[in-house]
Structure formats: C-alpha cells, structure tokens
Design a protein around this ligand. Sequence first.
Ligand code: TRP
Length: 445
Amino acid sequence: MSDREQWSSQSGFILATIGSAVGLGNIWRFSYVAGENGGGAFLLLYLMYIFLIGLPLVIAELALGRRAQGDAIAAFDGPAPGSSFRYAGVFLGAGAVLILSYYSVIAGWALKYFTGAALGHLWDTAAEGYGSYFQSFISHTGEPVIWQTAMVIATALVVAGGVRGGIETLSRFLMPLLAVIITGLAIFAVTLPGARNGTAFLLAPDWSALVRPEVHAAALGQAFFSLGIGMAVFLTYGSYMPRSFPLPRSAAAIAIGDTGFAIVAGLAIFPAVFSFGIDPTSGPQLAFITLPQIFLQIPGGALLGVAFFFLLSAAALTSMVSLLEVPVAMLVQRLAMSRRRATGLVGVTVLVLGLPSAMSFGLLSEVRIGQNGILDAADAAVSNLLLPIGGILIALTVGWRLSQQDAISESELKHPRLAYIWLWILRLLVPLTLITIVLQSASML
Ligand code: TRP
C-alpha cells in the first residue's frame, strides 16, 4: 500500500490528533459534568483516569494503527490474520458513525448560536431569556436538522480533501487559533469580580470524591470521551504516521493538550458562572442557556459570545472530522471506493441516523429509552457501553494478542520498567476497570 497517504509533518499530526481530542467534550460536556460532580472532586479523578488509563490507551491505539498501516479492520486483523477479531474494526467503525449521529446535532446547536451571535440576533432575545430561546429552538422540527446538516457537510468537505490537504490543513490553522481564544476567555473570566469562588470550585481538590463510585464513573466516562479513545480514531490517525515520529511523546502531547484545554475551558466558564451567582450544576444546558445570559450582562460580552461559539463550533468540527475518517478509511480500503464517494455515503448515513437525535426534543420528545430522551440515551450508550467496549478490545489486542516483544517495540517505550507497567495496565487494569463500568451501567438499564 505504497500510495497510502501520510501526515506531512509531526506538528501537523499532533495538531490533528489534538483537534480530534479537543471538542464539545472539553467545553460543553466537561463543564457540565464537572459542575454536576462537585468541581475539584471530579477534576482529581478525571486527571487520574486520563494518565492511568487514557494515556496508555492512546499509546496502544497509535501503535496498533501505525503497525497496520491500514484501516481499523487491518489493525485488529494484524496479530493473527483471518481471525474473527477483525470484525472489531467494523464494530468500531459503526460506533464512530453512531457518535457522529448525535454529536453533529449538538455541534449544529453551537453553529446556530455562533451565527446568531455574529449576526447579532442572539442578543435580541434578552426579554424571554435563553431558557425559552433554547427550548423553542431544539423543539422545532426542522431547524436543528438544518444546522446539523450544515456541520456534517462542512465535515465531509474536509475529509474529502484528504489526510494532508483536508484534515491536517484545517487543524494547523484552527487549533492554534482555538488555543488563543480559550486562553483569552479564561484570562477575562478570572478577572471578573467574585471569580475566585469559581476557580476554587474547579481547582480545590476534594479527597472524599475518591470513595464515591458515581464520581469515578463520570470521571472515567469523561476521560474516554474527551480524549476520544476506544473508537479507533487514534488507530486510524496512527496508520498515517511515519515511523520517524516519536510515539510516546506524541501520545503525551495529546493527553496534555486535551487536559490543558479542558482545564482552561473550566477557568473560562466557572469563574463567570460563580461571578453571576449561577448554580454550576445546571447540566447540559450550561453552555446554551447560562453562558449567553452572562455574555449579555458583561461589557463586550457580544464579542466574547462570538468568540465562544466560534470556538465551540470549530472544536466540534475537527472532532467530527476525525470520527468520519474512521469509516471512510474502511470503505476506501475495503470496497475500493473513492474518498469522495465514501465520504458522501457515510455523511448521508450519519444524517439519516441522526434524525431521531435531532428531533428528540421536538417531534420525538415523547420517546423515552429508560429515563432518557433519544439524544441523551445515545450519549449514555456511547460513554457507558460503546467506548469502554472499544477500550477493552484495543487493550486486549495490544496486551495479549500481540507478542510481548512486538507490543513493547511498537510502543517505543524505551525504559524497560515503564514498558512493563504500560503492558500490564493494558493487560489487566484497563479490562478490569472497564468491565466494572460496563457491568455497572448494564445493571442500571
Ligand atoms: N474527543 C472529542 C470531544 O471531546 C469527541 C471525539 C472525537 C470522540 N473522537 C472520538 C469521542 C472518539 C469518542 C470517541 O468532543
């Protein structure tokens, strides 16, 4: 497969992987999950899971993908060709499509808010408040679908442009810009009066969280979602990685970049929330109801609002691009489809599959799966079942199906003791921890 594309530079590769990791998860999801789980209490466990479980899995995914130099099917097929393990690749590709189907809905909300903020009409809504503004938008039958479609089309255009020309070019341009925007917002927020309560809420560790199982589950789920592991994204991105890129250092850059982004986003959001005396546990609506209200009240807030919703939409775009690349790479390799056709096909599938999620607060708001509406149920299924199962498949493949020598040399971990620790984390700690989560959430169904 000598005509397979590769990243053009190490920095482009790192920016593309950070582009995948940094998304709605770091800003929208991190802030509300941290808010609901006690801030500093949650942050402590989140950091622990990122470095104990997340980082070893990022190394495993990149190593397995680079070894295969092919799609996710090839990666799982590599250790013992022809075994039924290769279907794990198909499973993860389908999972990526499922994530896209509802992720694109929320990304569409962000795009609608960005457009509204930029054109100014978002700020006319002051009288009724953003609660009813948001509610009437998401319960509309057609509008969320339109914004979702716009995001999926933008994603498809980037992916159709190829690994270098599309994905790498976009990430090189956007990621530094997003880092500047989020840092600017955080600097502004921590200088608001009363901001200290917000920084303390997020940063003061609360050791009692260590014994609360529900905070563990939330922290682990968030670590997976935020890094974007378990769904073959880093496997696929790793397959475009030349041998000359240093693997463990790249993985560390991804974990640090993603975590740093989430913390800075928290420093932009919580000081503002506390400064305005708002309850930090307002849940998923934090970014779409609480924040616009704050923007409206601070001088220069309209500009901050444009910056914030641009950030949210653009961060979502680079993550969607990475998820779309997983099934597209498979179709291109397996069915010899052109990249453009494969992208179009998956894009349409995502939209059709995403219709129930887009309508889950309107036409389909009566539909309940367990206690959840459709979109929330999809998100719960992904973070409690799909991502942990994907994580187990990857950990077992690298930990047990590759020979010990192979696994360690592919990881490029030079220090023997570190390599052993990594291997045994994959062999035992990751499967056991994730099985616990899967069983726990299955028992709650
Ligand atoms: N990490 C992204 C975010 O924080 C979303 C994402 C990208 C993802 N790739 C993934 C989530 C793979 C799960 C699996 O928003």
